[in-house]
Write a protein that binds this ligand. Structure first.
Ligand code: PEP
Ligand code: MN
Length: 337
């Protein structure tokens, strides 16, 4: 249930409503918007009569959120959420591009790629240190050593870092090196991990599970938000269908649908979404045209030698060309890159 306060509601009136919510054994989630304060009464509110709140002073109206997800629903927060950290604003007019290798492999590799993607306009460096591989015999990543060298490379080119976390015990060791924790498709419903990330003060990039519906995707975001971490960035990275030509089927339609249902920003991953280099740029362009707030793209200067995902990695000059194209598409829809 959402209690929308009048725009001239006093702090005392807002406090009285918060107390009333707590007295019903519900949790208060407060949003102070530009015009008015909105109070979410979160928990099982099915037996609560909305009139109890409608009659209170300072209350403008009361809305029941019919969707199973509450905090990430647009009903609760009508304006787009903008995730702000270290000078980056994700979800605003400017499109944010994350780029880098699938895996961190060496100092030389991450520096080379960071320099090239930064020059092309990427502001966030991607790279996995802990890799969730299908085979236990495949490259598992450099671990914390990898994150240390990635931090140096990111700092050298004034970039932020996004990197994947596989389990709650990695939150603390990763904390000083990463700016965004990435939850991979395979972990979208790892509820222990989602709960652990719900109490931290850094953004989480939540990738859609390979077989997850949009509702399940938003429920996973709800887990992170319900613990108090509202800095959730969604990522459409393709779902598994009967089509074998591509690695996954990038569900572009999920982008406007998520935008309608939720206030959270959503970006697209055309690299894992297609699995093939030649289709990455067209799908990146389509994602931005459809309203995505950003992209995460794999780039490698020697993809034939990459430890993982070489076939879907763009070469640096291809990435640079794509960034130029994105500027034109962004302009056409009133945004910038
Ligand atoms: C990745 O970003 O390298 C990755 C493993 O992505 P996903 O979880 O979408 O497969
Ligand atoms: Mn990858």
């Amino acid at each position: 249930m959402v209690i929308v306060m009048k725009n001239n509601a006093t702090p005392e009136q807002i406090e009285a409503v918060e107390q009333k919510i707590r007295s019903l054994n519900l949790n208060v989630h407060r949003v102070d918007g530009a015009l008015r304060t909105i109070l979410g009464a979160i928990g099982d509110a099915s037996s609560v009569d909305t009139q109890e709140f409608e009659n209170m002073e300072g209350v403008f109206n009361v809305v029941r959120i019919v969707e199973p997800y509450k905090l990430c629903s647009r009903t609760f927060h009508p304006e787009n959420s903008i995730i702000k950290f270290n000078g980056i604003e994700l979800g605003g007019d400017r499109i944010v591009v994350m780029a880098g290798p699938c895996s961190i492999e060496s100092k030389e590799q991450i520096y080379t790629i960071a320099e090239q993607v930064a020059r092309a306009g990427a502001t966030i460096l991607r790279g996995g240190a802990f890799k969730p591989r299908t085979s236990p015999y495949a490259y598992q990543g450099m671990g914390i050593e990898g994150l240390k060298i990635m931090r140096q490379a990111a700092d050298a080119f004034d970039m932020q870092i996004v990197s994947e976390i596989l389990e709650p015990s990695q939150i603390d060791p990763m904390y000083e090196y990463v700016d965004i924790y990435q939850v991979g498709a395979r972990n979208m419903q790892n509820f222990a991990l989602l709960k652990a990330l719900s109490t931290i003060d850094k953004p989480v990039l939540l990738k859609r599970g390979m077989a997850a519906t949009i509702e399940e995707f938003l429920m996973a975001a709800e887990y992170i938000m319900s613990g108090g971490n509202y800095q959730v960035i969604l990522c459409e990275r393709g779902i598994r269908t009967f089509e074998k030509y591509t690695r996954n089927t990038l569900d572009i339609s999920a982008i406007p649908i998520v935008k309608k249902l939720s206030h959270l920003p959503i970006i697209a991953d055309p690299s894992h979404g297609t699995g093939k280099r030649e289709f990455v740029a067209p799908m990146a362009r389509a994602a931005i045209a459809s309203g995505a707030d950003g992209l995460i793209i794999e780039v490698h200067h020697q993809p034939e030698k990459a430890m993982s995902d070489g076939p879907q990695s763009l070469l640096p000059d291809q990435f640079q060309r794509l960034m130029e194209e994105l500027k034109v598409i962004a302009w056409a829809i009133g945004r910038t890159v």
